[in-house]
Design a protein around this ligand. Structure first.
Ligand SMILES: Cc1cc2nc3c(=O)[nH]c(=O)nc-3n(C[C@H](O)[C@H](O)[C@H](O)COP(=O)(O)OP(=O)(O)OC[C@H]3O[C@@H](n4cnc5c(N)ncnc54)[C@H](O)[C@@H]3O)c2cc1C
Length: 375
């Protein structure tokens, strides 16, 4: 059916964007009210690429499983990553096992598999690039399609967010480059993050996916106008020479949770990157995407009360966590604090676990982590 032919359609929920956040929202809505009419729109055909480090925390898989998705099928062919090596800006290093192994799955694969799981649960997917979203007295119109509630899951440059909020404040957006390379020698099963005090907060990563390839990249928080591509690549090379050809080199912006907009009442909800939900400490966003999507999808069938319910659910699930990550992001503006944290991780596996849980999922600042940061 063409877009023009569908003008008179009315949906319970339209989700804009079929990345992890959008699929989670669409599936959660279908599960909340079986038979609900849920339409997922994406400008791309799947499989499609997405610039990312491809690291997926175990907690993100927990949410996918809660949504009835087959986590083993989604991860098939990509073995768990058991270890993480962190090099702090001052050179202190730690390498330890992850309390819960992560995965590294190219987003071209991961997202197509998640979309397939969503379709299996009754979501309808259409390829369409959304240009306009307008509230009406009894619903929302998306390029002529009508819905009771719309969920904006259209990523970092969200069209839906721009209809509601100004651009994120300065200092709350990062820029990162990603490429694929051969797995570096001696790095099987180990994710590596190398931080630098130059242009802090900034780090390079190398995440092997278990197939002989690694996702490699470099990113930094933007405090002024974005640096040139040449300058970024120079900084990356200085920090972590990739040693070999890199392909699929692409850059993308990361809207950090320190700049997330308030969640308003009403019928338009934002999730994942569209809601600026990327961890300011690590660049993690997939866990937030699926958790916020799940919560928005559950609230989306409440019509005019959807925004209120979604705001409450987010506050309950992630409110304290966001306060703690913001505190930690402020505290670690001095790179020596990160060195102190890494030294504490060397002394105590539990501090390492706490740091990872706040950096990759919904952890909190624990007393032993705070003590470690002060020493
Ligand atoms: C370089 C880099 C490295 C990263 N590394 C990691 C990592 O290792 N681990 C991690 O957890 N997170 C990482 N992130 C963050 C992670 O990529 C995002 O947080 C995550 O993809 C957010 O999911 P999402 O569903 O909100 O948005 P997306 O995955 O961006 O999906 C948005 C979807 O919306 C569609 N869309 C956009 N505009 C429109 C439109 N107008 N109409 C219709 N459809 C539209 C797009 O085609 C896309 O399919 C990284 C980000 C970057 C940039």
């Amino acid at each position: 059916m063409t877009h023009e032919e569908s003008d008179s359609e009315r949906w319970d929920v339209i989700v804009v964007g079929a990345g992890p956040a959008g699929c989670a929202a669409a599936v959660a809505a279908c599960r909340t009210r079986p038979g609900a009419r849920v339409l997922l729109l994406d400008r791309s055909d799947f499989p499609r690429d997405k610039v990312c480090g491809d690291g997926i925390a175990a907690e993100a898989f927990d949410v996918l499983a809660e949504l009835g998705m087959d986590a083993a099928a989604i991860a098939d062919g990509y073995p768990p990553v058991e270890r993480l090596r962190l090099a702090a800006p001052g050179g202190t290093e730690v390498e330890r096992p992850l309390a819960r192994p992560a995965h590294v799955i190219p987003r071209r694969v991961l997202d197509a598999r998640i979309v397939a799981e969503a379709l299996r649960q009754g979501v309808v997917l259409r390829q369409h690039a959304v240009r306009s979203v307008e509230s009406t007295p009894d619903g929302v119109t998306v390029d002529g399609l009508r819905a009771d509630v719309v969920v904006g899951a259209d990523g970092a440059e969200s069209v839906v967010r721009r209809a509601l909020h100004p651009a994120p404040p300065a200092g709350t957006v990062a820029l990162a480059f990603r490429a694929y390379a051969d797995e570096p020698a001696g790095q099987t099963g180990t994710q590596v993050i190398t931080m630098t005090s130059a242009h802090w907060p900034a780090y390079a990563w190398s995440f092997p996916d278990g197939t002989g390839r690694a996702n490699v990249g470099y990113g930094e928080v933007l405090t002024a106008a974005p640096p040139s591509r040449a300058a970024m690549l120079e900084r990356w090379d200085a920090l972590a020479p990739a040693g070999g050809p890199r392909d699929a080199l692409r850059a993308h912006r990361l809207p950090l949770s320190t700049g997330r907009p308030p969640i308003p009442d009403g019928r338009i909800l934002l999730v994942g990157d569209a809601q600026c939900l990327i961890n300011p400490l690590t660049g993690e966003g997939i866990f937030y995407a699926v958790r916020s999507g799940q919560l928005a999808g559950r609230a989306a069938l409440a019509g005019a009360r959807a925004g209120t319910l979604y705001r409450r659910a987010m506050r309950g699930a992630l409110g304290r966590h966001f306060r703690h990550t913001t505190l930690l992001a402020r505290g670690t503006r001095a790179p020596r604090i990160i060195d102190a944290a890494v030294r504490a991780c060397r002394r105590d596996q539990r501090v390492f676990d706490d740091l990872l849980r706040i950096g990759l999922a919904d952890g909190l600042l624990t007393p032993r982590l705070v003590t470690g940061l002060r020493r």
